[in-house]
Design a protein around this ligand. Structure first.
Ligand SMILES: CC(C)(COP(=O)(O)OP(=O)(O)OC[C@H]1O[C@@H](n2cnc3c(N)ncnc32)[C@H](O)[C@@H]1OP(=O)(O)O)[C@@H](O)C(=O)NCCC(=O)NCCS
Length: 215
């Protein structure tokens, strides 16, 4: 039986695992990033360490098969990532040798090419007090309405906390996720050109910002 429930800290390892299993448009993160542990810290630390009440999980017979990470305040998120999470990750990356790997150098180059995402596009949401979300459902459990139940749980929680809008950023090649958000009433508000390193080459795509009004 599927149960949607608030996250608790015993779900941490399973959630990090699913997050890395689905990070490349539903496929595993190793397609473009070499260190799963480092990536899981980068992608989930804010939500699990600084705002765990905004995360919900889908539980099937005691196993976590999906999650939704929510953030109800993008400004708080930006500050925590910049001043608390990135400094710890720099140390961890040096200790684990992540930054000296060839794959990382290419990723770093693509991050530089995407500088506008952080300093121009994110600036608007940083000042908006809008929230955002990330969602992932394990491969064998997709298209069983788990994703929409997770979104509804977060929307209810956000509404109770007087949040007016939640946004999700989606790779435009991720057609399943685009359809998913559109089906749930999210509207594509903006799209930004981005660059991503895959092996030795860079691939261009657009990051689509889907927004749902929840007044
Ligand atoms: C996107 C994702 C969360 C959807 O979860 P899900 O549990 O499979 O979705 P649901 O079963 O609740 O589907 C809800 C609606 O979304 C649409 N949808 C979901 N998967 C779809 C697919 N593969 N193709 C087309 N439409 C799809 C359908 O309209 C569906 O409604 P319907 O069942 O009435 O037709 C899941 O595919 C996933 O984890 N993908 C990898 C991670 C990701 O891309 N996250 C989004 C970026 S934050």
């Amino acid at each position: 039986m599927i149960t949607i429930r608030p996250f608790n800290k015993t779900d941490r390892a399973a959630l990090r695992q699913i997050c890395c299993d689905v990070a490349d448009r539903g496929e595993k993160i190793e397609n473009f990033f070499p260190d799963r542990e480092f990536a899981a810290d980068l992608l989930t630390s804010y939500y699990l360490d600084y705002e765990p009440d905004s995360t919900f999980v889908a539980d099937v017979d005691g196993a976590v098969v999906g999650y939704i990470n929510g953030c109800l305040d993008n400004r708080r998120y930006g500050l925590a990532v910049m001043f608390l999470i990135i400094p710890k990750l720099i140390i961890k990356g040096l200790v684990r040798g992540v930054f000296f790997r060839r794959e990382f150098l290419l990723i770093f180059k693509s991050m530089l090419k995407n500088w506008r995402r952080v300093f121009v596009w994110r600036k608007q949401s940083f000042h908006s007090h809008q929230g955002h979300l990330h969602i992932g459902v394990a491969k064998g459990f997709r298209t069983q309405s788990i994703g929409q139940k997770l979104v509804r749980a977060l929307l209810d929680y956000a509404r109770q906390n007087n949040i007016h809008e939640l946004a999700a950023s989606v790779h435009d090649g991720n057609t399943a996720a685009c359809r998913f958000f559109e089906q749930l009433g999210f509207v594509a508000r903006d799209q930004y050109p981005m660059m991503m390193a895959y092996g030795d080459s860079f691939k261009e795509y657009h990051s689509v910002s889907y927004v749902k009004s929840i007044i």
